[in-house]
Design a protein around this ligand. Structure first.
Ligand code: ZN
Length: 197
């Protein structure tokens, strides 16, 4: 299943709420299964329905332990990144966000090959339904809170490029070549105020 890239109109639409009958339907059950496969194939830690062409308020999330093996313990700790089991969020709403904004590089499966520093609230409280239509309240912090904010943005037609520190926008290759191992504060200082060399 192809992941739509930036420029597709559906990525800029406000997705619509799902009814209880739709949530219980075979079509939505199948769509969730397709989204899960597509997220794994990405690979990514979240996927919103608009990214595969469905303007519906539905996203899947999973941050697998295996994705974190390449990342140093220090970086995982700084990002407050811990494994998150697979789950579905339907009709989600951020009802609270708090904490000083955290800035880290972030990418998106709909902007393949690029990333940028994006400020996000450190903690969020999200009210949503699960795939059985049951109400859920999620209180998340750190990287999981970032994933939730990113996916819920997709349902409102917002992409990380709308929130990024624009001077830090770069290709994945160049991030790996020049910036990957440096603290984000240092990266921002250097990119925001270019010095003569
Ligand atoms: Zn995305």
């Amino acid at each position: 299943m192809d992941i739509l890239q930036v420029g597709e109109p559906v990525l800029r639409q406000k997705a619509r709420t799902l009814s209880a009958a739709e949530i219980a339907s075979e079509e939505i059950r199948k769509l969730i299964a397709r989204m899960r496969e597509t997220m794994y194939a990405g690979p990514g830690v979240g996927l919103a329905a608009p990214q595969i062409g469905f303007p519906l308020r539905l996203a899947v999330i999973e941050d697998r332990e295996e994705y974190q093996k390449e990342i140093s313990a220090d970086q995982l700790a700084e990002r407050e990144r811990r494994p998150v089991p697979f789950h579905v969020i339907i009709n989600p709403q951020i009802t609270e966000s708090s904490g000083d904004a955290r800035e880290f590089f972030e990418g998106c499966l709909s902007l393949t090959g690029f990333l940028a520093v994006v400020p996000r609230a450190r903690t969020v409280r999200v009210e949503c339904l699960d795939e059985r239509g049951q109400p859920r309240v999620i209180c998340a912090s750190g990287w999981y809170a970032r994933i939730l904010q990113h996916e819920i943005d997709h349902l409102n037609g917002t992409l990380y490029v709308d929130r990024m520190r624009s001077h830090t926008f770069m290709s994945l290759d160049n991030w790996g070549r020049f910036w990957k191992s440096r603290p984000v504060g240092e990266v921002r200082a250097e990119l925001d105020s270019p010095q003569e060399r």
